[in-house]
Design a protein around this ligand. Structure first.
Ligand code: F6R
Length: 613
């Protein structure tokens, strides 16, 4: 979702801002803009569409002169994507320029107040209201910082803001609540940004702002303030990962690169947490006395992360005998969940900034539950808010469609289940030891799924089926959960209508949609349920469907009796099998999208980090 970059230094700002914005493209956007102090004048350039349109418009930034500026990629919320609605937004009298990520919920009420005081508006956005509100307080006699502070105190909703003032040509102000914003220390320059990749070329020392924090920076200094305007100290954190981790590294797309990074990401997530034959989660505090009284676990998340939660239900209930309920964060926050100190709420989020998930986490805390977050982005809002955090060590995930974050979240699910099981003693030692052995071997098995022979096979099937209009994914038990993810991948990046069903459910309605040539992808990795799924396959074949199967190598001979097309994956512990089948489904969606000419890394209408409700 929207990306912000701000630069103040000695170099020309516009090319640096454009470069920074290019590193934030993964967040999803539909227009872009920059504002630079050009000989004391706030000059704005903005363009609907890809960042390239803005690069062309400004001759790579050369058309704007000046060493202080802010830039933005916009993901439309209030008002369609257009040049006018793009950020930065100028206040009516041209004294204030603002870039914004988030949603101002009371913008209509504020807009009316400002219009009554003579302010004119030119866009449909909520952001223009903030620019005018700051200008309003500035005109009332506040200095720049106080005007920003007063304005944000009137605002309801979420925001990360980068603000320029015509009378402060050396200064940028940044402020945030419920949307991410970081500060970066440069040499003779300073930065703000929505995320580290935007500024990693220039600095590794960053401060992750907390909600309510405001900063005032020039090229040589930065001052931080809390929401009451009191001066505060912030400690920088050092970013250790390389920029190459956020670049394509020879792959055609980030998504393909991230698919291939999965063995390493899963290894990095699992291996350091298995020591001396036990799962060791040093980073969290779930004492045995608490776990013994645990009555229920809710797993709360959005999208793919929610699907990890559905896998989690099967895994934790099987290994720990504790009831688990996966719930969509957007529902959980407004439902009336029964929570107390015997309930654990597990929150899953790659970005750590998803608005619904963050709100659900706060609601869970408010109702007295203990909270544990599984998060990829260090220092993110969810990581900071939860009682405990388990990081997925996937590294930066750039493609909008998640792959390696999903796989590492699943890995943490296995670790968490084993950790609880070892405390509750729900598993015989031999079974526990075998589960650990198989978990340690999992990254090598994922490696085998992305071996060239399997990839070629997947490419072949993608070439056979990429023109289909409707695809159904079916499976039983954990396979049905993995189908949800396979179906979402195909929808989001290949724009193909697809549905995922528990295989036994088809005959209760959806089978009426099967006709000649409908593609059904049947995932059948559970030997005990294999025959049942094959019966469902026969039912759809009898109605004209083309079926592509996914099963384990041991069942290769069996599946050939029912269908001609099947992809075989290595066998592992039943509960870990989704970690292998999901890689096939991700790769299939990737090649189908590619063959349909879709923009794989930046699918239409989607954003990487969904910071609005
Ligand atoms: C799908 C996808 C989304 C995210 C969802 C939650 O490929 O990436 O469905 O899983 O938006 O995002 P996070 O995990 O950042 O909370």
């Amino acid at each position: 979702m929207c990306g912000i970059v701000g630069y103040v230094g000695q170099e020309q700002a516009a090319p640096i801002l454009l470069d920074g914005l290019s590193k934030l493209e993964y967040r999803g956007y539909d227009s872009a803009g920059v504002c630079v102090f050009d000989e004391g004048v706030l000059k704005v350039a903005k363009a609907k569409g890809r960042l390239q349109a803005l690069i062309d418009l400004t001759d790579g930034g050369k058309a704007l002169h000046g060493c202080v500026g802010i830039g933005h990629t916009r993901w439309a919320t209030h008002g369609a994507p257009s040049d006018t609605n793009s950020h930065p937004h100028m206040a009516d009298s041209g004294k204030i320029a603002v870039v914004h990520n988030g949603i101002i919920e009371n913008y209509l009420e504020l807009k009316e107040l400002l219009m009554a005081r003579g302010k004119k508006f030119h866009s449909e956005t909520d952001t223009e209201v903030v620019a005018n509100l700051i200008e309003f307080y500035y005109d009332m006699g506040c200095d720049f910082k106080d005007a920003v502070q007063k304005a944000v105190s009137r605002v309801e909703g979420s925001y990360a803001l980068g603000v320029l003032c015509r009378d402060y040509p050396d200064t940028i102000i940044g402020v945030k609540k419920d949307s991410p914003l970081i500060f970066g220390y440069g040499q003779g320059c300073n930065f703000i940004a929505s995320d580290v990749p935007a500024i990693l070329k220039y600095t590794r020392d960053v401060v992750y702002l907390n909600d309510g924090d405001l900063l005032v920076m020039d090229k040589d200094s930065v001052h931080f303030y809390d929401q009451h305007g009191e001066h505060i100290q912030k400690q920088p954190e050092h970013v250790s990962w390389e920029l190459s981790a956020a670049e394509k590294g020879g792959y055609a797309h980030f998504m393909l690169k991230e698919i291939h990074e999965q063995p390493k990401a899963v290894r990095d997530t699992i291996h350091p947490r298995i020591k001396d034959g036990r799962v060791v989660l040093d980073d969290i505090q779930l004492p045995a006395s608490y776990l013994e009284h645990l009555k229920r676990i809710y797993i709360v998340a959005c999208g793919s992360a929610y699907y990890v939660g559905i896998h989690g239900k099967y895994i934790i209930e099987n290994l720990c005998q504790v009831p688990v309920e996966p719930v969509l964060a957007s529902e959980f926050r407004y439902a009336d969940p029964v929570l107390d100190d015997t309930t654990l709420v597990v929150i899953i989020s790659q970005s750590g900034e998803t608005a619904d998930t963050l709100a659900a986490l706060r609601e869970a805390k408010r109702r007295g539950a203990r909270t544990l977050a599984i998060v990829n982005v260090v220092g993110s809002s969810i990581a900071k808010t939860a009682d405990d955090v388990l990081y997925t060590w996937a590294g930066p995930e750039i493609a909008v469609a998640t792959t390696k974050a999903f796989s590492t979240q699943l890995s943490v699910m296995y670790l968490l289940a084993l950790y609880i099981a070892q405390d509750l003693r729900t598993l015989p030692q031999a079974r526990y030891d075998q589960l650990l052995t198989d978990l340690l071997a999992l990254p090598d098995k994922i490696e085998r799924v992305i071996a060239p022979e399997t990839i070629q096979q997947i490419q072949y099937y993608a070439s056979q089926y990429f023109n289909n209009h409707d695809v159904f994914f079916i499976g039983r038990h954990l396979d049905s959960a993995t189908c949800l993810e396979g179906s979402l991948k195909l929808k989001e990046i290949a724009y193909i209508h697809s549905e995922a069903y528990a295989a036994g459910e088809l005959k209760h309605g959806p089978i009426s949609l099967i006709e000649n040539g409908t593609l059904v992808v049947a995932t059948a990795t559970n030997p005990k349920l294999f025959d049942k799924t094959m019966s469902n396959v026969k039912e759809v074949k009898a109605r004209g469907a083309d079926v592509l199967g996914i099963t384990i190598e041991d069942l290769g001979g069996e599946i050939a009796k029912t269908m001609d097309s099947a992809i075989l994956i290595p066998k592992t512990e039943l509960l870990y099998q989704p970690s292998l089948s999901v890689v096939v489904l991700q790769t299939f969606a990737y090649y189908v999208a590619l063959m349909r000419g879709c923009d794989v890394d930046k699918p239409r209408n989607l954003a990487k980090s969904v910071t609005v409700e």
